[in-house]
Design a protein around this ligand. Structure first.
Ligand code: GRF
Length: 203
């Protein structure tokens, strides 16, 4: 399967996927990396790995619809089987999400359904939680709300700060995302009507 990664930031998750995709038995191929941020370090990482890159800068568009249409056009050129959102910090329109239903994954730094949206580490600390973590889910119309495929937990220490916690969660992200992408490429994980199918069984 052909994988297209979208990233807005430093791209450490992209890097984890690039590294995994270099393993001899990896079942998919990263065909392109796109960003809405011209200066994203993720693009640098992609170029280093000789991957094709593209930028669709949201600042150049008057509306979300126009941005999404331009993004869609770039994506379709690569005909991906899977879109991996790896720190892609734009909310996608309903039409866009529907067009890639069951073929788009996102990583979110919380144990969903807890803490959708931003500042998840700070919110977990403020709530006095003892565990936090990361979720990987299918993207549906609901922001950070699609069916969860896998999660990894992190114990919160009494001296954790949002930064230290983010670091611990990121370590888990870099392990978990390549595993889930591999499952998808092997056909082991699929989106049912509103739940995840794993090895042919509802999860
Ligand atoms: C990750 O923490 C991811 O969970 C989030 O954005 C961050 C992206 O980091 N939503 P990176 O660009 O992969 O380094």
């Amino acid at each position: 399967p052909k994988i297209l990664v979208l990233a807005s930031g430093s791209g450490t998750n992209l890097q984890a996927l690039i590294d995994a995709s270099r393993e001899r038995d990896f079942p998919g191929q990263i065909v392109a990396v796109g960003s809405n941020q011209p200066g994203a370090f993720a693009l640098e990482r992609a170029a280093q790995a000789n991957l094709e890159t593209f930028v669709v800068n949201h600042r150049n568009f008057g509306s979300r619809d126009e941005f999404d249409a331009a993004l869609m056009a770039e994506i379709l050129r690569h005909a991906p089987d899977l879109i991996v959102l790896a720190g892609f910090m734009r909310i996608l329109t309903t039409d866009f999400v529907r067009a890639f239903r069951g073929r788009m994954l996102n990583i979110h730094p919380s144990l969903l359904p807890k803490y959708t949206g931003l500042k998840t580490h700070q919110r977990a600390l403020e709530a006095g939680d003892s565990v936090h973590g990361v979720s990987i889910h299918f993207v549906t119309e609901e922001l950070d709300g699609g069916p969860v495929i896998a999660q990894a937990e992190v114990a919160i220490a009494s001296d954790d700060t949002p930064e230290s916690l983010a670091e611990k969660v990121q370590e888990k992200e870099h392990v978990l995302y390549p595993i889930v992408v591999r499952w998808f490429c092997e056909g082991r994980v699929q989106l049912g009507s509103d739940y995840v199918m794993f090895d042919g069984q509802p999860l």
